[in-house]
Design a protein around this ligand. Sequence first.
Ligand SMILES: Cc1cc2nc3c(=O)[nH]c(=O)nc-3n(C[C@H](O)[C@H](O)[C@H](O)COP(=O)(O)OP(=O)(O)OC[C@H]3O[C@@H](n4cnc5c(N)ncnc54)[C@H](O)[C@@H]3O)c2cc1C
Length: 219
Amino acid sequence: MSETQMPTARTRVVREADRGVYDRETVHRILDEGFLCHAGFVVNGQPFVIPTSYGRKDASLYIHGSAASRMLRQMKEGISVCITVTLLDGLVLARSVFNHSMNYRSVVILGKATLVDDPKEKLAALRILSEHILPGRWDDARQPNERELKQTSVLRVPIEEFSAKVRVGPPIDDEEDYSLPTWAGVVPLEMVAGKPIDDARLLPGIESPEYSRHYTRKR
Ligand SMILES: Cc1cc2nc3c(=O)[nH]c(=O)nc-3n(C[C@H](O)[C@H](O)[C@H](O)COP(=O)(O)OP(=O)(O)OC[C@H]3O[C@@H](n4cnc5c(N)ncnc54)[C@H](O)[C@@H]3O)c2cc1C
């Protein structure tokens, strides 16, 4: 299948257009490092933007949740969605308030969500979601039973119409402001996992697994 040429009229970054990135590899890398997305959709003219977890396999993004949730109920009817993922890399402190910024990598995907109802594909998608968030956990935990699967909806959003936007580097000040005696630079930010906390009802002798002790999003 030939791939849609990016950007489309809807995914072309307008402001700071040089920060727009449209190659699939960059988009997949950002999606694989992130694990929270915001899913935007419109119901009766009212936009809703709901944070949720996701997983990716090839050119498919999966989201899941209670079959009763409005987000999943609406989306499975095939309405248009906008999925965004944002990685925040730093605060960019300029000499002027106006030129302050942030370093980031973000992705926007436009498309239509469809319900994954084939039981095999649904289970595979749930595994992808689980492994995306915490590789190794799926095989350690009890697998979902029939009742749990029934209560869970899984939706697939094709990664076909997309854009990324990436800002890196120092502040960009107005030339005359470089002579000001104001500190300027970047405060790097990253998500760091804390030490795992044992559940109070843990069976004796059970240790926290390696993947929980060294959790990172960097791949
Ligand atoms: C952490 C963070 C902080 C930001 N802070 C600000 C801020 O304070 N003020 C501000 O004006 N902008 C901010 N931005 C940038 C903002 O996301 C938009 O890029 C900006 O509003 C310009 O949009 P536009 O008019 O070019 O495009 P729009 O017309 O809004 O969008 C056109 C298309 O461009 C693509 N696109 C636009 N923005 C992004 C993006 N960030 N990532 C991927 N694709 C994108 C989408 O496909 C979209 O459909 C921030 C971004 C991030 C990630």
